[in-house]
Design a protein around this ligand. Structure first.
Ligand SMILES: *[C@@H]1O[C@H](CO)[C@@H](O)[C@H](O)[C@H]1NC(C)=O
Ligand SMILES: [Zn+2]
Length: 308
């Protein structure tokens, strides 16, 4: 009976739109709970995002730091679009990420997930010990062994996403974000495109990118393909409160509503194990006298290199 019901729902949805039905997080025909009706992978067993429960994270000392090439070369033009769900910046293929096992991934685009609805300023997709952070940035890459993203997006080892949290540092404007944020006014409506110049993507990420959580997951939006190797950075980047407000209130969706709370709820971990390339201690860092602030990881050998 359940299968029949699903079939009927699929036929109904299918009659509305054949190729890519418009999905939403909370309103409209295809809200989050219904994504699997039209995109079966969204109902799979290795979905993203997840809650990163630190006491269950497995430290893997053989994991190397990520090598980010071309991230800090601030030349060229980057197109930035309001795609109806978020702001998305196209990235040049000269930007590459090499993972611990030597696999090279080519950057394609980066986009953001934020909150903002009903004075709720948290909008990250991944949570750490149940805590949702303010903003999450995703830098989407595809495996360089494939000739294009279009080929890689259907391959089991096709994609890798570098994710980072952004938190609020009250009155400290992050000038590396000034251009992106000021240009949001030019892409208020879905489909609008603008151009950014000489972005330094590296500076838009956390100061320390050495420490990460990693696990096998999926795209967090339809079609939710389960071929994404995730790298979630342990350290955060920071924006001022005013900058965060602009991210949350500048763009409109297809219904001309303010684009807010564009994040998917966390998905079951199931049989997966989350690994980290750093050790964390529940109460304090070795070599540091005071209790650790929430979210700041530490490592016994290089505790001095961490931002507080
Ligand atoms: C959104 O607003 C623009 C500009 O006012 C208008 O042209 C467009 O028709 C509106 N779209 C919807 C779905 O209301
Ligand atoms: Zn995303």
């Amino acid at each position: 009976m359940r299968a029949l019901g699903t079939l009927v729902a699929l036929l109904l949805l299918g009659s509305q739109a054949h190729s890519e039905p418009e999905w939403t997080y909370s309103e409209g025909a295809l809200e989050e709970e219904s994504w699997p009706l039209e995109y079966p992978a969204c109902g799979g067993h290795r979905q993203s995002p997840i809650n990163l429960q630190r006491k269950k994270v497995q430290y893997n000392p053989s994991l190397q730091v990520l090598e980010l090439k071309g991230y800090d070369t601030p030349t060229g033009e980057f197109s930035m679009i309001n795609n109806g769900h978020t702001v998305q910046v196209s990235l040049p293929p000269t930007m590459r990420m090499t993972t611990s096992d030597g696999t090279e991934y080519i950057a394609l685009q980066m986009h953001y997930h934020w909150g903002g609805a009903s004075s709720e300023v948290s909008g990250s997709e991944h949570t750490v010990d149940g805590i949702r952070r303010v903003i999450e940035v995703h830098v989407v890459h595809y495996n360089s062994k494939y000739e294009s993203y279009d080929v890689a997006k259907d391959a089991s080892d096709g994609l890798a996403v570098l994710a980072a949290f952004i938190e609020i540092n009250d009155y400290a404007e992050n000038t590396y974000y000034s251009q992106l944020i000021s240009q949001l006014a030019n892409i208020r409506y879905p489909g609008q495109v603008t151009t950014l110049r000489d972005l330094n993507i590296r500076e838009m990420l956390p100061e320390n990118v050495d420490h990460y959580y990693t696990y096998q997951g999926s795209l967090t939006t339809p079609p939710c393909s389960e071929n994404v190797l995730w790298f979630v950075l342990a350290n955060s980047a920071f924006l001022s409160r005013a900058q965060v407000w602009k991210m949350e209130n500048s763009l409109l969706n297809h219904l001309n509503e303010t684009l807010q709370n564009g994040y998917r709820s966390t998905q079951p971990l199931n049989q997966r194990v989350v690994e980290a390339n750093f050790l964390h201690y529940p109460t304090q860092c070795v070599g540091q006298g005071s209790p650790r602030k929430q979210g700041s990881p530490c490592h016994p050998l290089e505790s001095g290199s961490f931002q507080a």
